[in-house]
Design a protein around this ligand. Structure first.
Ligand SMILES: Cc1cc2nc3c(=O)[nH]c(=O)nc-3n(C[C@H](O)[C@H](O)[C@H](O)COP(=O)(O)O)c2cc1C
Length: 189
């Protein structure tokens, strides 16, 4: 089986998440390509040569990266005929606040509506406060949000909220689904 993991990141946490997912797919002895949506080689990607596609990108002020939005919009019809997973990365995914959860759902559904993509599965993934990557103003703003949310405001080190166990489970389940579909196709032919 051949898998594609495409990601867009601003401060790096989604790259780490996408790399983790790609490494996990390899544990199952499957082939995987990992691509940054800003890499010029993305224009040559042949989606139909993959059995499963995972797309990860992160939320910043209610929006996902333009690079991934364009990638999906241009290929949404092909993606809609494939086995796909959407991994929206955000801090709202770690929140228990009803407004945060509602806001995340609204941003995600608007993104999917705008791109025309209907992913087979969506798993919200909690990201990180990457204090060490922020400029002065971003660090100040994110420290304020951390204070309001009651999490660490120590900006000397990053604060990771990603649930790696849940991500492992989601990846394993997707690989199993794609493998099962592949076996069914082989049995029918
Ligand atoms: C300037 C800025 C704006 C953000 N806006 C949102 C937001 O609107 N909603 C949200 O849930 N998380 C928001 N986040 C949190 C990011 O989604 C989170 O830090 C994520 O891990 C970033 O992933 P990346 O490092 O791959 O860019 C924001 C973070 C920053 C720095």
């Amino acid at each position: 089986m051949f898998f594609l993991v495409v990601y867009a990141t601003t401060e790096g946490q989604t790259r780490k998440i996408a790399q983790f997912v790609a490494d996990r797919i390899k544990v199952h002895n499957q082939n995987v390509d990992l691509l940054d949506a800003t890499d010029p080689s993305i224009a040559d990607v042949k989606l139909r040569s993959y059995d499963g596609v995972i797309i990860a990108c992160s939320l910043h002020v209610g929006k996902f990266q333009t690079s991934i939005e364009e990638f999906i919009r241009e290929r949404h019809q092909t993606l809609n005929g494939m086995r796909t997973v959407f991994l929206p990365v955000s801090l709202s995914a770690a929140s228990k606040d009803a407004d945060d959860i509602k806001g995340l759902a609204e941003c995600t559904s608007k993104f999917l509506e705008d791109t025309g993509w209907k992913p087979g599965e969506t798993h919200n993934v909690a990201g990180a406060f990457r204090y060490t990557q922020y400029d002065f103003f971003k660090r100040w703003g994110m420290k304020l949000i951390a204070y309001q949310k009651g999490v660490s405001t120590d900006t000397s080190k990053d604060l990771e909220l990603t649930d790696w166990v849940a991500l492992t489970r989601a990846t394993d389940d997707f690989v199993a689904t794609v493998e099962a579909a592949g076996k069914r196709t082989m049995a029918q032919s």
